[in-house]
Structure formats: C-alpha cells, structure tokens
Design a protein around this ligand. Structure first.
Ligand code: CTP
Length: 393
C-alpha cells in the first residue's frame, strides 16, 4: 500500500526514538522510500548510522550543513508524507508555534505534505496545559496524531504519553497515504454515557461503553476529517488523530458541542441521560436512623441531538442513533421527524448491544431505509464514515 511512497521520518528527542529504526524497517517492507531527519535530541537516543543503514539514505541533521543549506525545501518537497516519530513535547511546541529553529522544524514549516506525529513524553508533560493547547492547535491545522497511549514509561511510572508501537504508527501512516475524502471537514461526535450527580459521591448513569461513538470518531479521522469527540466517562482509549473533550453531565456535553461549532456534520452517538436530579445535594446524603429512603425529584435534560438540529449554526448533516427493541424502523422514522435530524442509525437492541462488539443498523433517512447486516462496531463506523464522505462528495 505504500509502494513508491516517499516518507520523511523526523526523529526527535525522546527515549521512544529507539523504536524509530523498527518503523523504518516496516515502512520499507511496505515498499516505501524513507529518508530520516534526526534532531539534536533524537541523536541522543538513536544513532545516525543506524538510521542511515536502515533507510539506505543519508541522514539529515543540520540546517546549516554545506550540502543541506538549501536542503530543507528539497526535503519538504520530496516527501509524500511526513512522520514525526517520536514527537517530543518540544517538537510539538515548535510545530504549534511555527518555529523554524532547526532542520526538522524548518522542513515541517516548508512542507505541504500531510503530517502525522507519534507523541512520546512523560504523562505530566502530555497533560500540561501548554501541550494540550499545542495539540489542539495542531489538530485544528490538520496534523494527524497517532497516539499516544497509556502505559509504562521509561521512568517507573505509568500514564498517557507512551508512544504507539511501530505497527500502529505504520497503520496511521498508511491511513494518511490512503484516500482522504473528508479532508477539510470538521465533524462533531458525541459518545459514551453521561453521569448526572445526586450528591458529591453518587450519580445516575447508564451502561453505554462509548465503543460505537469512539469507533465512528476514529473512522472519520482516518478519512481525513478534523474530529471533535465530546465524550462522557468511558474507558475507551482516545481514538488516534481526534480532539477529545471529556465531560460528565448532559449539560456539559451540550456546552462542549456548542463550543465546537461550526461543524460540517454532527454524529450524536452518546447515550445522554434523559433526566438529571433536579437538586444536586451539596453534601453527601446521609441515612439517618429510622428515616425514610429519599425521593429524588428529576428534571429534564437538554436534548443535544434536537438542539443541534435546530441550532443557528446547524451542521449540514446531523445524525442520531435510536435504540429500539421493536418496530425499529417505524420508531426511528418518528424520531427523525421529532428531532429534526437528517439520518437516524436505528439500532436493534433486542440483542445484546450495550458494551457488545456488534450492531445491527437500519440507516433511516428522509429518502428511505438501508438495512445493514449485523456488523462489528468498527465496521459500522467505517460504513458510516464512508456514507458521510459520499454525502459530502
Ligand atoms: N440524544 C441527545 N440528547 C439527549 C437524549 C438523546 O443527543 N438528551 C440523542 C442520542 O445521542 C441519540 C438519540 O438522541 O442520537 C437517541 O434518542 P432518544 O430520544 O434518547 O431515544 P432512545 O435512547 O433511542 O430511546 P427512547 O426513544 O426510548 O427515548
């Protein structure tokens, strides 16, 4: 799939640089030509000789080297895709600022090729507001993120910031080199349950796993869309290349969705709690000896799908889900009309779906109904993303 593609690999300074040579081998096995740029930091962790031997090309290090002084433009033009593996916090910051202080950052500023980064850093650095802001900026600019994931670090600690494995980064580079029909589109996706507090320690929620919504966000990003994923509390990992906004309540989810507008499309896959507790207790509710069980008065939550469907900044395509156990299509058609959205993915939940791996979908639009076979949630996501790409083509 990468046969004949020219991949420019930028290796910046992180311990995870030791995995870069393995990625070079995988890329070349796929038929790609690979040229490497090694930053000063990167050279602390992997040698020029290793990269030169595996790429079978000279390794570029110095913006000012005699043979490289005009090299940055040539390198930038040579690449079909640029992969920054590993991308250190400093590298992301230079990219976000548009700094051209060394060969790597100068090439990144000069290239028009798609760029994928595989961040690798300590969890505290990944979670620092400065890095969060840099990541948001780069995502908005169309830079694709492969990871990071959570796991053991070089230091004896664990958390988000661990670089993906070379095989996973290869997949991200392949996706980048594949068709990108949704490039330039911004798509909002909601996913997961909401949690509605009763008091500081208790809440009402549901069993949504977020698997389907997260898979949809990932599938849309793989087709080149800029995706904002507004997610309730889930254990799903953040999909690669997606900006994730984490919320708890329905009202927070609506606020995050409105803040993410304008968007070309909105996909509401979250299982939003229909009701919240009207008066959240400021202190933990105590059971007094002999007292009756408390009665919770409920209030109606905002309907995010319906709100987006009638919003002043309504996305051109608004898609909802319907979980039904009977008269699946008829109920979905009624819901489509009631909510004012464009498509409903009606989900037959008479079978085990919540937290499961598969879904049976009927795509209900104003034009008619498409019956999809029972499919893994990842396949449902890929089909929906392809369908959305077709709608925008
Ligand atoms: N939805 C939403 N905000 C809510 C409730 C639902 O955005 N407060 C969205 C969901 O993300 C989903 C669709 O609306 O896309 C589901 O509609 P809903 O009316 O909740 O229907 P069901 O959950 O399918 O069930 P029922 O019809 O029994 O209410």
């Amino acid at each position: 799939m990468l046969a004949g593609k020219r991949i420019l690999l930028i290796v910046s300074g992180s311990v995870a640089a030791f995995k870069a040579p393995a990625l070079v081998r995988l890329l070349r096995a796929e038929g790609a030509a690979v040229m490497a740029i090694l930053t000063a930091g990167g050279a602390r962790f992997v040698t020029r000789e290793t990269l030169a031997a595996l790429t079978a090309q000279p390794v570029h290090q110095d913006l000012w080297a005699a043979e490289e002084s005009i090299g940055h433009i040539k390198l930038a033009r040579w690449a079909d895709a640029v992969a920054v593996v590993p991308a250190s916090a400093s590298m992301l910051a230079r990219m976000a600022q548009g700094l051209a202080t060394d060969l790597a950052s100068t090439v990144l500023l000069a290239t028009r090729a798609p760029v994928v980064v595989a961040p690798a850093m300590n969890p505290a650095m990944w979670e620092h507001p400065a890095t969060r802001a840099n990541v948001a900026k780069l995502l908005a600019r169309g830079v694709r993120f492969a990871g990071p994931t959570s796991g053991p670090m070089a230091e004896p600690e664990s958390g988000p910031g661990r670089m993906l494995e070379p095989e996973e980064i290869l997949a991200a580079i392949q996706a980048l080199s594949g068709p990108q029909p949704l490039a330039g589109r911004h798509i909002l996706v909601t996913s997961g349950p909401t949690q509605e507090p009763i008091d500081p320690v208790r809440y009402i929620s549901n069993r949504s796993s977020g698997k389907q919504g997260h898979a949809i966000a990932g599938a849309l990003a793989a087709l080149g869309a800029r995706v904002t994923l507004v997610s309730g509390p889930v254990i799903q990992p953040d999909p690669p290349g997606v900006e994730v906004v984490k919320v708890e309540t329905a009202r927070q989810m609506l606020a995050a969705c409105e803040a993410a507008l304008p968007a070309d499309a909105a996909i509401c896959a979250a299982a939003v709690a229909d009701w919240r507790v009207a008066q959240e207790a400021g202190q933990k509710l105590k059971k007094e000896p002999g007292a009756e069980a408390p009665t919770l008065a409920m209030a109606l939550n905002p309907d995010i799908l319906a709100t987006l469907s009638t919003h002043a900044q309504r996305p051109a395509l608004v898609v909802g889900f319907a979980a039904e156990t009977e008269k699946v299509v008829a109920h979905a058609q009624a819901k489509l009309a009631r909510k004012g959205c464009d498509w409903i993915l009606a989900n037959d939940v008479s079978a085990d779906v919540f937290g499961g791996e598969e879904n049976t979908i009927h795509l209900v639009t104003r034009q008619g109904v498409e019956d999809w076979p029972r499919l893994p949630k990842s396949e449902v996501a890929a089909r929906l993303a392809a369908r959305i790409a077709k709608a925008f083509s």
